[in-house]
Unconditional design. Sequence first.
Length: 205
Amino acid sequence: MKTAERFLLNVPDSWTDIELSGAALAEARAAALAQTDNARERATINDMFRQGREISRAARDHGALFASGTAALYDDGLFMAYAMVFAVSTPEGQEMTLPVLSAQLGVSAANGRAPADRVISSVIVPEVGRVARITGTEETPLTADVSVKLLTMHTMMPVPGTTRDYLVVTCASPNLPLKDEAYELFDAICGTFRFLSADGEVLGL
């Protein structure tokens, strides 16, 4: 079997690729603030972009290969979401279990417990095959005493031609009331994922 050399993931045209340095988030924050004079909306925007900066920092720290996101102000409020791709490897003699994944991605629930709404399932990604997926509302620390809750979806793509390597597509949003809509969007994004060989051939399982 050929070994995957790269991957492709389609995100909505309105999303912006994030170079993970923070500059893109700063520009998006300024644009969002320019759209409103409402003090409450501006406070919400500032808070959500602070969350975004911390997510980007964590992505840098854990070796994200790709990151894209959106921060769009609608009539009913600000919507923020992110899609990132991480490379992880299963340690020798271990399976890709939730604790192993969490350790590699730096994901930890409050008090060391998994979120109450966490669901582990399998889904079919058209160009990859059947893969494992974890969803749940994860609590991520922003500071020593401030945390934020994020809707998350981790979809694990086994790398063709290897036995222990995975690319994990992680999607997240702090817009908890939009759970169904966010997960539907995340599923659609993950559904576009595909591995490519050096000559551009799509590689499935």
